[in-house]
Ligand binder design. Structure first.
Ligand code: UDX
Length: 435
């Protein structure tokens, strides 16, 4: 099937490459000339494991093309995905900014030829798909189309695997015909008997927000339990295992840490609160998750300050990891962005390493020292903070680390190391939720 994807960001590019891999004829369209030209040169503007190879393979096999031309790419397609950005609005009030979605809808409306389904892939407030359909009908009353909501559940760093082996495919569709086309689009998954949830537009849109909000609540819950464990001398890793083995709870997303970050959870939880507020209902569980998350990040500043005896002036803090999670170059809403500046403002020198995030970070924080590896981050440090659990930080030569540091103090915000082992090695070791 000929399919066009509008938007070549995280979601658009992964969707396009994976649907091409399914055997469809894909055109990825973006208004940004520079993005399209770098893609045509085989350069991928984002760090997503496996994406570069998948794009290159499908371009070579002639199933994936890139263009800035909306007219041709929409006119020839049986399905058009809208995968443009829906950032938090610049007003900072938590509303999703739908400017790009509405602009795409008005433009593509003029170029639809023959029956086409228009599929909203971006994360959007409930009711957006119906609004997009209205805009298309207004712009082109003759358009023969159906509107579909098909939210994505892609984790950064695992996006391709999550697309190719999803837990479920959610489809909000207005007609049997549109449902039929969606089954055809995801045919390889249908054959794998991947569960499909066929529902209405509003439910599909809300499923996306509710999924991310629930995962955020899980993380904030385990972070609160971690703080309680520290006070009562319990171990949160054992607690997470003990509750996670209950099938009704599930073991995933019960890892305590410095708080959740990224381009989704922080944005989607606040957007859901706005949707609830606009519709006159409360979402206090989500409110709590957001508040707990802010407190968790602030708590990490205190944890680091306390282990340095309360005085940060003149201290050197080595930091391992800046990105909001491993296997990504994404710094958006990363906990490091709100944990490190207060430490620096109180007089500490910050020397950081991150496998992928330093280019971006050096634009935001020129005042930090960026170093080439973990051991340089440890050199002369009064404390070494493990912020993001990149694999390369999981098997450090701890004797070497200790010999390089000014004093052997290790703050492990991802519970990567064992408290007993670290103490045997002579470290003052602090982690999240453990004795
Ligand atoms: C998330 C959702 O998982 C995905 O389904 C959705 O489509 C987009 O948002 P992503 O934001 O890429 O994906 O990363 P994820 O792996 O979910 O982690 C989000 C944040 O939660 C990270 O900061 C991570 O460090 C944190 N986290 C995750 C925890 O602190 N503890 C956990 O147990 C899991």
């Amino acid at each position: 099937m000929k399919i066009t994807i509008i938007g070549t960001g995280y979601v658009g590019l992964v969707t396009g490459a994976c649907l091409a891999e399914f055997g469809h004829q894909i055109t990825c369209m973006d208004k940004d000339e520079s993005k399209i030209s770098s893609l045509l040169n085989g350069e991928i503007p984002i760090y997503e494991p496996g994406l570069a190879d998948l794009v290159q393979k499908n371009v070579q096999e002639g199933r994936l093309a890139f263009t800035t031309n909306l007219e041709d790419s929409v006119g020839g397609a049986a399905a058009v995905f809208i995968a443009v950005g829906t950032p938090s609005s610049r007003r900072g009030d938590g509303y999703a900014d739908l400017t790009y979605i509405y602009a795409a809808a008005k433009e593509l409306a003029l170029h639809l030829k023959g029956y086409t389904i228009v599929i909203d892939k971006s994360t959007v407030p409930v009711g957006t798909a119906r609004q997009v359909a209205r805009l298309i009908r207004e712009a082109n009353p003759e358009a023969d189309f159906d509107m579909v909501s098909n939210p994505e559940f892609l984790r950064e760093g695992a996006a391709i695997a999550d697309f190719q082996r999803p837990d479920r495919v959610v489809v909000g569709a207005e007609s049997e015909k549109a449902q039929g086309v969606m089954k055809e689009i995801y045919d390889p998954l249908y054959l794998l008997s991947t569960p499909f949830v066929f529902t209405d537009l509003e439910s599909a849109e809300l499923i996306k927000y509710a999924s991310n909000a629930f995962l955020s609540i899980k993380i904030s819950f385990i972070n609160e339990m971690a703080n309680l464990c520290e006070q009562v001398g319990a171990d949160v890793v054992d607690l997470a295992k003990g509750i996670g083995l209950d099938g009704r709870i599930g073991a995933k997303f019960l890892h305590p840490g410095p708080g959740f970050g990224g381009s989704c959870f922080p944005k989607d939880t606040v957007a859901l609160l706005r949707i609830a507020q606009e519709n006159g209902v409360s979402a206090r569980s989500v409110e709590a998750a957001v508040e707990i998350n802010a407190a968790q990040k602030a708590g990490m500043v205190k944890k680091i300050r306390d282990v340095l005896g309360g005085d940060l002036a003149g201290k050197t803090i080595g930091v391992l990891g800046l990105t909001f999670k491993p296997e990504t170059d994404d710094l958006r809403d990363s906990p490091s962005l709100s944990i490190l500046p207060p430490l620096h403002e109180k007089g500490a020198t910050i020397q950081v390493h991150d496998p992928q995030g330093m280019d971006e970070a050096s634009k935001i924080f020129p005042e930090f020292n960026y170093v080439g590896n973990s051991y340089e981050a440890a050199t002369g440090a009064d404390v070494l903070v493990l912020m993001t659990e990149w694999n390369q930080y999981r098997a450090l030569d701890l004797d070497k680390i200790k010999s390089l540091m000014n004093q052997p103090v290790f703050v492990d915000l991802r519970n990567v190391y064992s408290p007993e082992k670290m103490r045997e090695l002579g470290f003052t070791y602090v982690s999240v939720g453990r004795r």
